[in-house]
Design a protein around this ligand. Structure first.
Ligand code: SF4
Ligand code: SF4
Length: 172
């Protein structure tokens, strides 16, 4: 009995090894191959634009107030019809996120009244200097859509009086 038991265990171990040799490998050849992230993955933030190119961010700083890590800095300035960045009165003239502080909790996304800040699917965050960990608005904001004008835009007076658009409740 003493001899048989180790031999059985050894055979079981070898059988497992043999079986795994024919399984499909799970290794991803990163960075050439990238594994798709789940729908609710929280990666690097993106500042969104409307289809007409205006920025969704209205510089209200609610995201900064909600952030438990004090990672967001927002400074707002006044829009005019000659130089309009977003609907309503104000826009974020400075918007920075310190990625060394961020814990990717998503509170900023939840707090935003215009759905301007979204945690996207980008997970390639690396830097070699602490200063590089502060991502400015220019790095975070979406590119201007192909058929839209860049900001600042010259707009008709009285068109963009409302900062927060009519929105439906989120579905997920
Ligand atoms: S994800 Fe969380 S920690 Fe990161 S900036 Fe947003 S609120 Fe702050
Ligand atoms: S991202 Fe949203 S919550 Fe933050 S300043 Fe802009 S509009 Fe306000």
């Amino acid at each position: 009995m003493r001899v048989v038991e180790p031999v059985v265990e050894l055979a079981r171990g070898l059988w497992t090894t043999l079986r795994m040799m024919f399984d499909k490998p799970v290794t991803i050849q990163y960075p050439e191959q990238k594994k798709p992230v789940k729908a609710r993955f929280r990666g690097r933030h993106v500042l969104k634009r409307y289809e007409n190119g205006l920025e969704k961010c209205i510089g209200c700083a609610l995201c900064a107030a909600a952030c438990p890590a004090d990672a967001i800095f927002v400074e707002s300035s006044e829009n005019t019809d000659e130089e309009r960045y977003s609907p309503g009165d104000r826009y974020a003239s400075t918007y920075e996120i310190n990625m060394l502080r961020c814990i990717f909790c998503g509170f900023c996304e939840d707090a935003c009244p215009t759905e301007a800040i979204v945690l996207g699917d980008q997970y390639e965050l690396s830097f070699t200097d602490r200063r590089q960990s502060i991502y400015p608005k220019e790095m975070l904001i979406d590119p201007v859509p192909a058929d839209a004008r860049p900001t600042p835009q010259k707009t008709e007076p009285g068109v963009y009086t409302r900062s927060v658009p009519e929105m439906k409740d989120p579905q997920d």
